[in-house]
Design a protein around this ligand. Structure first.
Ligand code: NAD
Ligand code: ZN
Length: 285
């Protein structure tokens, strides 16, 4: 078992990454909610793992569906607007910043694929062209009737929602499609919906996984579909897979089988340490 958490083991794992990348290899990074945990944004397993409306507690898996939204948009919107407010209070951490520096260092040999909808990679400075938001973006909304493929920013006039707030008449004007007047929806991928290329970069993400020399997986439990397919494809194509997490995940066995492994520790420590290794001049042989 290649589960590593000591400093010498960390150096060895990072050295494997630089060796595999060489002068022309491609690094694909897949991030999840864990990379934002140190910025104070809860994962779904933390405090925000449920949402109370009226006398009922809802789990994210119940709220984050098209069917719940279609039946009752005013139940679902407050949860998203509350989460948006929390994300807007948060700042990128050392992990997000290290990924921006890796992008600068490697240029088009680098790609970031994120499941996070919190906008912190963008705020840190990860360029849109090399950042795929495969689960959408809390800062944007789109037509609930799909009258257009465009998305638009959450309007400035919309107030910040606290836990327990409900949609009021004054909020309604901001929650409609400007093109057709239908109810607008959060621009996120829901549990009962499918990935696509237009909004969620499905094919581009799979192509990136296929071409990756190194796949670095950071802070995700491995419970969602496209990341699972990406990891399997990268593995089939012989990529080195390295995982940064606080604990084992559904991806750890793939990382170990690939010859890489899991480095246990907070992403805010591990990513800057990896950046240092990537930035260091190659050792004389
Ligand atoms: P998850 O909550 O299922 O798993 C989080 C993972 O991060 C766990 O494996 C945990 O061990 C690890 N982790 C926690 N703190 C860490 C740290 N400091 N350093 C390294 N690892 C750490 O999250 P997921 O796999 O991203 O899937 C959840 C789904 O919910 C996704 O679809 C995502 O879009 C959504 N979500 C997004 C956010 C966000 O945008 N920040 C927050 C919650 C949920
Ligand atoms: Zn519309």
């Amino acid at each position: 078992m290649n589960t590593q958490s000591t400093a010498p083991a960390r150096s060895k794992l990072f050295r494997q990454i630089t060796d595999r990348l060489g002068q022309s290899g491609k690094l694909v990074v897949l991030t999840g909610a864990g990379v934002s945990a140190e910025s104070g944004i809860p994962t779904f397993r933390g405090d925000d793992g449920f949402w109370t409306m009226g006398s009922r507690n809802y789990r994210p898996e119940e709220l984050a569906t098209w069917s719940t939204f279609a039946a009752d948009p005013e139940l679902v919107w407050p949860w998203y607007l509350y989460r948006l407010g929390r994300c807007r209070e948060a700042l990128p951490n050392a992990g997000h910043h290290a990924l921006v520096e890796m992008d600068k260092l490697l240029g088009d040999r680098f790609l970031l694929v994120t499941q996070n909808v919190d906008g912190l990679h963008r705020l840190a400075g990860s360029p849109d062209a090399r950042t795929f938001h495969i689960h959408g973006d809390l800062e944007r909304m789109r037509c609930g009737r799909d009258c257009t493929q465009r998305t638009w920013p959450v309007p400035d006039g919309l107030r910040t929602f606290q836990r327990g707030d409900s949609i009021e008449a004054r909020d309604g004007e901001y929650l409609h499609c400007p093109d057709c007047g239908a109810v607008a929806r959060p621009h996120v991928l829901w549990f009962d919906e499918s990935y696509d290329e237009t909004w969620f970069r499905f094919y581009s993400s799979m192509a990136a996984a296929k071409s990756a020399d190194v796949l670095l997986i950071v802070g995700t439990s491995g419970a969602t579909n496209l990341p699972t397919q990406m990891v399997a494809l990268a593995r089939q194509n012989g990529a080195l897979i390295v995982e940064l997490n606080l604990e084992r995940s559904a991806f750890t066995a793939h990382a170990e089988d690939s010859g890489g492994g899991l480095l246990i520790g907070p992403a805010g420590d591990s990513l800057p340490a990896l950046l240092d290794t990537l930035s260091a001049p190659p050792e004389a042989t």
